[in-house]
Every structure is written in C-alpha cells, then in structure tokens.
Design a protein. Sequence first.
Length: 270
Amino acid sequence: MPPYYFLKTKLVMHWGVICRAVPFSKSRPSIYFPPPSTLIGALAYPLLRQTGTPEILQKETFVSSADLLLNFIKSVHLKPRYAYAVKSDISRVYWVHHARREAKSDAVALEKVYTFPIPSVEYPEMDVIFLVDASSAERSLGSNWRKKLVSACWSIVRVGQKECIVSAENVKMQEAQEIGCDCIEISYYAPLEAIERIMPGDETEYQIIEYYNPWLSGIGDYAGAHRTSYIIPFSEKKLTPTVVKAEVSEDGVVFSDGEDVIVTCRRWLI
C-alpha cells in the first residue's frame, strides 16, 4: 500500500452553510453537514488557482475541475462542532426564453443552515481530514506537493455556496498508517459500507445521510450519480457531536496519525 497522509484543518464558520441536497429540486433543501464532494471543492478552488487550471473540465459532460483532486484525495472526513437551525428564504427567480420571447418568474424556498457554537468551542467549527495518497499527489502536483496542499488548505475561504465564508486554522499534514482493528470509536463521519455494525450503548446517537459519491461518479455531474450512505456521529436531540463504537466491515480500512482515527472503504484506495 502506498504511503498516506492526513491533511487536517479546522474550519471556523462565520454564519452557516448552504449545500444543496438535490441540485434539480425547486424547493432547494440544504444538507446540514457538508459532504465530501463539497469539501474537495473547497480545497480545489485555491489549489487550482495556483496551477492556473480552469474551473470546468470538458469530458463527456462538463464537470468541475475539482474532479482532478480525486486522483490523490482518497477519502474525506468531517467532525461537526456546531449546533444548527434550518431556515428558508423565499426568493423570486426569473428566467427568459429568448427564442419564444417569454419571461417567467416563480417563488422558491432556499434553505440555509445557520450554525451556533456548542459548549466546548467558542465559534461554530468543523474539523476536516483529507486522506492523501502521497504517490499520486506527487505525480499530479510535483515534488513540492505537500507545500501546495498545505498552502491550499490555509487558503480555503468558503464551503458550499459563495456566501458560506469560513476561516482555516490549525492546518497540518501528518503521515497516516493503516491500523488493523476490528472495533473502533468513530468521531468523524464515515461511509456506512465500511461499518459492519454499530455497538449498542447508552450514549450511541448518530444520523445516516446519503451523499453523492465523488469517487464513483466524479464531481459536478449529478445526473444519475451514485450515492453512498454515511454515518454522522451527531446527536439530533442534543445537537452535539458524539462518539460511536462500531465494528469494521471486510471492506473497511482504518487509518490513524496518532491523533485521529478514520475509517473508509478499501476499494476507494485503488
């Protein structure tokens, strides 16, 4: 197995987040916790500006240039450290059909997730870990790939839509090792297929959310995209992060840098 690194950061949120759950829906609901594709996009924007890469790639369809990062970003994990409230703004949308010389309008509800600090932190924030394949990163970015990725991580300014401003803090890159264990404590969200079963406990609270899977479908083309269920260690009742004990499945693989532990799918590493 090639060497892997954790690219880690704390993202302090200024007011909240908007990540559309269904891009083609009129109601435009928002996801409460940014998915892996959104976090890769947040890292890709400053990184690709360094290299002068355009924002759109022309393949079979037009897709985001963030798709290039999937060559070396093999998994993404988030620990939410915020409570949230969901509100909807009613906005009027106009569109024009030039050929028919028609103009129409409609009112849509645009959800926004407003975030608040939990008792253990001063501001609403989220801890993020990017699992980096060192060999692939060097082929894609050159010998100074570590410097480029750390610089890009410090330069993350938004997560989701352009209004969702964040500040990056505590950026660091540390080598990660695969550890062989059958049972782990999960504090970062993880793909459900990497989990065999959840261990029962008095404080075991979590959510299951389906995200678009960028490693199977790419980033930017959501028509017919694959979805993957993620387990979110977060109490919906108390609105606080939790720790979930779980058994690792045959397809699961556990990594640690001595400080944090994540579990992901082995087949994504190929």
